[in-house]
Design a protein around this ligand. Sequence first.
Ligand code: ADP
Length: 485
Amino acid sequence: LSSLLKDPSLLCTKAYVAGQWVGADDGTTFPVTNPARGDVICEVPNLGRAEVARAIAAAEVAMKEWAARTGKERAGVLRKWFDLMMANQDDLGKILTAEMGKPLAEAKGEVAYGASYVEWFAEEAKRVYGETIPGHQRDKRITVIKQPIGVVGSITPWNFPNAMIARKVAPALAAGCGFVARPASETPLSALAMAVLAERAGVPGGLFSVCTSKRASDIGKEFCENHAVKKLTFTGSTEVGRILLRQAAEQVMKCSMELGGNAPFIVFDDADLDAAVAGAMVSKFRNNGQTCVCANRIYVQAGVYDAFSKKLAEAVAKTTVGDGLSEEVNFGPLISEDAVEKVEEHIADALKKGAKIEMGGKRHALGGTFFEPTIMTGITPEMVISHEETFGPLAPLFKFETEEEVIALANNTIFGLASYFYARDIGRITRVQEALEYGMVGVNTGLISTEVAPFGGVKQSGLGREGSRHGMEDYLEMKYICLSV
Ligand code: ADP
């Protein structure tokens, strides 16, 4: 991999703790593998609680001076970091593809997307406004100020190795917080490369650490039990989110949680079918179906069901599966054998309950964790896929008759992250967008993520929002000051 990089120093095999590039105290490491080839890229340190505690202590010290800077001063450093991320977009993309598997074009897109949060929150750093409130008595003056919450612990998944961290660290640093990241053990290299650039941009030593580790639950405990940590930010499954919320309760710690989804994608009779197919392609198959906002259940109204499934199959037939580093590839491998097995289980369950495979349905001839993009029809609510996230390239098509029926079906889940629908009737659009119990609704679009909007879920999909001016609030505390004059 390093021979493919313009700047090989972006490929790190040390962790970044308290401003130093270090190994684990006990000298242990773990391998990072390339899911497209199954070979080991390199080994990185397997840190434990002691090293993470040092990172937290350093962040607590560093953030004092950092928080005392003006918003504009912090913005300047973040802006430099953004510029460096964009200047190194190719290399960051290659590192990301190598460790995670997504096609290079998508990986570079993710780097730009991650960087956009750094740019956005650099700008927001200057706009942390407070409030003045007319006093409740003649001699009282009331003001509200916003202050950084404190040291932030972060745990992130492998599906967006750059952007999931960028979305958290950018508002945290903009607000004046210190930040300790524990990237997924599958994808630590993108996080380390970001740390190299942060250091070059002038982020003070110790303010931002990247603690690579296989011992996720130990690190989670350190974040929750260490009194210097004031906030936990997590992206991952609802299951692990629940564990962390329980642990965080001990210190009554503020938590931001971006958890699982089970996104409905609804195509009404009056939809522009070609646009709906294009939207389904990006919403379902982006990152090979491995995003928490991927369409998981595709509901198609009876009148257009056959036409839609035919057009979707035609679009899928034009795609190419392979190693993400080669230009023409649209779908890379899945992240792991477990991920492949989950897709297989969802397919087997649906087949047993009467569904039909229209396309794909099995492991790809390339072997490893490659899987054929799959379309299934005749899907019903009894099938596992209607209540669990597949996280793979499986498009299940449900048939429905009425607007009322599909809204009930779409909302019948514990999840409430992203949802999508295609329609043209303005009355219907208004009714459906208001009725969907989701934090995000894409209307006539399958792609909704942007740094300028608040990303997040309702119900068991999470707490808090990332991006937009609201994203800053998760890293700020409000202080009300009552002055008697
Ligand atoms: P995914 O299926 O996306 O990996 P998980 O919720 O299993 O979702 O994992 C998300 C992140 O949380 C990963 O970095 C993982 O290592 C970490 N993790 C898993 N279990 C725990 C735990 N008990 N405490 C803290 N972090 C955990």
